[in-house]
Design a protein around this ligand. Sequence first.
Ligand SMILES: NC(=O)c1ccc[n+]([C@@H]2O[C@H](COP(=O)([O-])OP(=O)(O)OC[C@H]3O[C@@H](n4cnc5c(N)ncnc54)[C@H](OP(=O)(O)O)[C@@H]3O)[C@@H](O)[C@H]2O)c1
Length: 249
Amino acid sequence: MKLIIAASELIRQALSIPSITEITALGRRETLPPNKLGPNSDVTKLRSVVLGDFLYYTDEVKKSLEGADAVIWTIAISPSKLSTFTWEEACIISRDYAVKGIETTTQLPRHGKTQPLRFIYMNGSNAVRDHTKKPLLMGDYLLMRGDAETKILNYATASNGTVEAQVTKTGIIEDPAQLSAVSKLGRAFLRSLVGLPMINVDVIAAALLDQAINGFEKDTLLNEDLVRIGETRLAAGVYGQKPAHSTDQ
Ligand SMILES: NC(=O)c1ccc[n+]([C@@H]2O[C@H](COP(=O)([O-])OP(=O)(O)OC[C@H]3O[C@@H](n4cnc5c(N)ncnc54)[C@H](OP(=O)(O)O)[C@@H]3O)[C@@H](O)[C@H]2O)c1
């Protein structure tokens, strides 16, 4: 299968999964293979595709994205980086790029492929779709990210079965390997204050890849679903091995 992604832990794991034969890393700069590779990695599967403006796909970029089976969309401005962007930029990068991404990748030729193209929009656990429920804190941002979810799910619904979309309501992502013991304690305290769930970076990556390969359990995955799916996938030990619910192609 051909996968389009843009995040290093996803790429690291995908390089070890035999059923993923082609990984197209879409980004605004060149993507190199991750430093720490997983077991049986095949770096020849990775192809970097650079796009200058994510609202305008050149013919050359479109050509390299043809024939995809799944897209995992991680491009967005996260809350911690909001202050360095204008509101308009944050909306364009977090919502409009994703909508343009699903429109573009799903309209490209997919010769010989009969399965719908699977598009996963990675989002945070507290994005809100219902405008009558605007949160007090970061309300505009959370509604804007909720709008992105609605647009992406509606696009798939209107596609007559050619596109499947999924939204992940991800908790705070932690990379235990990168954190000192003091940082871990500090972050645990912060999380308990704001009441956000968490997930380890290897678990979220495994969950996203599982859904991209095996099909969507449902259109919206909560953090607890992602933890369950990702941990099951990692516990299987061998990448590419099917867990019980799998319908792997
Ligand atoms: N990290 C968390 O704890 C967490 C929790 C819940 C949900 N999420 C969601 O998960 C997704 C990924 O989060 P993350 O933590 O991996 O975020 P991140 O490290 O800030 O990465 C965001 C991605 O967006 C790309 N990007 C940003 N501005 C861009 C632009 N102008 N043009 C093209 N690409 C651009 C970045 O590319 P470059 O590498 O080129 O900068 C990067 O690939 C986001 O939707 C985020 O909201 C994250």
